[in-house]
Design a protein around this ligand. Sequence first.
Ligand code: VGL
Ligand code: ZN
Length: 195
Amino acid sequence: MSGTFNINKHDALLITDIQVDFLPGGALPVTEGDKIVPVINKYVSKFKAADAHIIASRDWHPPNHISFKDKGGPWPPHCIRDTQGSEFSSALKLPNPTLIISKATEQNREAYSAFDGTNLANELNKLDIKRLFVSGLATDYCVVNTALDALKLGFKVVILMDATLGIDVQQGDVDRAVKTMFDHGALTAKMEDFP
Ligand code: VGL
Ligand code: ZN
């Protein structure tokens, strides 16, 4: 569903995990993940100009995180805190201020949602943010889990379809994730929906 969105100070752009390891050349790359970075930068400009908030989440694992293959998890080691792979892409233009949310920081617990084990909900309430526009990686993991938690917590959620990409471990995972978000009340939008 689309339409026109007027952005204001009760809105936030959530930029999900635009980190070196999730981009081509990284440890757990999303195919063509780099293609959405300029699009996200454009959204940043628009949201900044409209006095909205900018939030960037990052996957921030300890070494030996439970999600790593050698610990029995599904993924190659990635986004180990304070390493080059965990840095935000140098192509991503994060403004000042950007609220940074680090997630999946506990060794023995996986957390895909940016709300899981973080203070994101408190921060949103403190800033009087009512609506989240979600961009970034990966649609079928962090984005879908974050969006569903946001909806559960009573925030409005809009998925920026031209600024998210997924992994598709199984073909159709991304499409199913979008459908799940939609079925739970998320809207979708793309650049042309912002005047
Ligand atoms: C993610 C796979 C592993 C994500 C994090 O943030 O989407 N995906 N760790
Ligand atoms: Zn991870």
